[in-house]
Design a protein around this ligand. Structure first.
Ligand SMILES: Nc1nc2c(c(=O)[nH]1)N(C=O)[C@@H](CNc1ccc(C(=O)N[C@@H](CCC(=O)O)C(=O)O)cc1)CN2
Ligand SMILES: Nc1ncnc2c1ncn2[C@@H]1O[C@H](COP(=O)(O)OP(=O)(O)OP(=O)(O)O)[C@@H](O)[C@H]1O
Length: 216
């Protein structure tokens, strides 16, 4: 069951809503987290976008985020190349996507999230810009029934995905979150890039014509 609180959210409520949703996921037990991760990955494996992916980005979960990593063995079996988001050095809150394997050297970034180390990421052949991926698994703090998203608030994904506004490559964007991170309606910001779907441990949400559009 999705929680339903804080309807009719206005942009000024965003920081409070973000705090509340981050708090909710931190209260889940280790067992609940494990079950949610498995249920999430079962759903992800059914998605056409994931079944045809060749180059996908995932993330390593922190602070109660739902864990997409049980998908990794299945992806490796299918010879899918796996990438992780890395904070781009000398750039304004945008991301690179760096190849991730068993032997990739890792360090913690300034948010305490493990990522491939800068020396590894510095080699061009180890990384891709977002437009060169075919699928991105996007970590969400919140989502609604129209597949609108709320992230950590840094604008990292929005900035890295700004190319989606122009003609050209358009990777599939799959948001993931716990069911308890669903709210009735999220405020839509002009810079928001629409997702193809949100997948939780209990549902797959696709944007519909019935919902608000995100054209700003
Ligand atoms: N697991 C994971 N990796 C990810 C993201 C994410 O949301 N989840 N990102 C998605 O953008 C990027 C990192 N973006 C982030 C943006 C803000 C905060 C943040 O404000 N964190 C703490 C403060 C921690 C600190 O300053 O030490 C907070 O929650 O208050 C963290 C990560 C790339 N990697
Ligand atoms: N394409 C962009 N160019 C410049 N600034 C941007 C862009 N996209 C978002 N921002 C800025 O990033 C900040 C955070 O945006 P928002 O609160 O929507 O984050 P979010 O969607 O929750 O985070 P994220 O994208 O990291 O998941 C805003 O102040 C916004 O102005």
């Amino acid at each position: 069951m999705a929680y339903r609180v804080m309807t009719h959210t206005t942009p000024s409520d965003k920081p409070a809503l973000r705090r509340e949703l981050k708090r909710r996921r931190r209260t889940l037990t280790a067992e609940q987290q494990k079950q949610a991760a498995l249920a999430l990955c079962q759903r992800l494996k059914q998605l056409p976008e994931i079944r045809r992916t060749k180059r996908i980005s995932l993330y390593l979960p922190v602070n109660g985020e739902i864990d997409p990593t049980p998908l990794i063995p299945w992806l490796r079996q299918r010879r899918v190349a796996i990438y992780l988001p890395v904070l781009r050095p000398f750039s304004d809150n945008s991301l690179w996507f760096v190849a991730y394997g068993d032997t990739t050297p890792m360090v913690k970034n300034r948010f305490g999230i493990a990522e491939p180390c800068p020396r590894f990421a510095a080699h061009r052949h180890n990384r891709l810009p977002a437009w060169a991926l075919d699928t991105l698994i996007v970590p969400l703090v919140g989502f609604d029934q129209y597949a609108n998203r709320m992230g950590m608030g840094g604008g990292f994904y929005d900035r890295s995905l700004a190319f989606m506004r122009r003609p050209g490559p358009a990777p599939s964007l799959i948001g993931v979150a716990h069911a308890c991170q669903q709210v009735d309606a999220l405020p839509i910001e002009p810079w928001d890039i629409p997702l193809n779907a949100v997948v939780s441990d209990t549902a797959i949400v696709r944007p519909t014509n019935a919902g608000p559009t995100k054209t700003g």
